[in-house]
Design a protein around this ligand. Structure first.
Ligand SMILES: C[S@@+](CC[C@H](N)C(=O)[O-])C[C@H]1O[C@@H](n2cnc3c(N)ncnc32)[C@H](O)[C@@H]1O
Length: 230
């Protein structure tokens, strides 16, 4: 297995997700040790969709992150730029109104959405600041942002164990369940290189979002960043 590069071009990122699309959901469940269901419930409560609200689920992939919002009664537009992920999503969840689009040049008019959310996607976007700026543009004034992303465990001893799991066990486990284990080496490396909770909060507010709040999940393995459009 060669080492995946962290500085991937957008088309390389799209191709990487095209390759893992078929087994994406099952691999996710295994590698997160089932935690992803809890994280998705927390995202839902952070968004708190109200009746009639329109939600953009950016980097929605196969629509796994969109489904809990739909079940809660929200109108959700799942958007992604990997045709492979969109194809699997459309096949498995034909009722979801998938849209093909790049997070850095969203195909939506200004102030279209009440809420923008991105789950386990911002880290993969080549320019996260630009994507956060685009999300701001397409969100109405007073609208909300919820980012769910891997982060840094806050308790030192746990963080050391986690780092060992992440960098060694995860890629090994991925060879057993994923259709493209090398992508999961990239996953581990990209999580390690990603800013911590405070660092991401700065990127979010730097893009123009106001009142950034952080909530750690699973001891900081994942963090939610909430903010609103001024
Ligand atoms: C790990 S998946 C997350 C999918 C889904 N949100 C979930 O929670 O299961 C990351 C997704 O980000 C998408 N992505 C990465 N960069 C993107 C970009 N610039 N524009 C749109 N989607 C992007 C990938 O195609 C991939 O489907």
């Amino acid at each position: 297995m060669t080492r995946a590069s962290l500085s991937k071009e957008p088309r390389e990122v799209a191709a990487m997700f095209d390759d893992v699309a078929e087994r994406y959901d099952v691999t996710n469940d295994v590698l997160s040790l089932g935690q992803d269901r809890r994280w998705r419930r927390a995202v839902l409560s952070a968004i708190g969709p109200r009746p009639g609200e329109l939600v953009l689920d950016l980097a929605a992939g196969t629509g796994t992150s969109s489904l809990p919002l739909v079940f809660a009664g929200a109108s959700v537009i799942p958007c992604d730029f990997s045709i492979g992920m969109l194809r699997v999503g459309k096949r498995e969840r034909p009722r979801l109104p998938f849209v093909a689009g790049d997070a850095m040049r969203l195909p939506f008019a200004d102030q279209t959405f009440d809420v923008c959310t991105i789950a386990f996607g911002l880290r993969n976007v080549s320019d996260p600041g630009a994507a956060l700026g685009e999300m701001l543009r397409v969100t109405r004034r007073g609208g909300r942002l919820v980012v769910c992303e891997f982060s840094k465990p806050t308790f030192g001893p746990f963080r050391r164990i986690y780092d060992r799991y992440l960098m060694r066990a995860l890629p090994t486990l991925a060879t057993k369940v994923s259709s493209d284990p090398e992508s999961y080496l990239y996953l581990a490396e990209s999580i390690e290189a990603w800013p911590d909770q405070a660092g991401l909060a700065e990127v979010v507010s730097g893009a123009g979002w106001a009142g950034v709040q952080i909530r750690n999940l699973s001891g900081g393995v994942v963090a939610l960043h909430r903010a609103s459009r001024p």
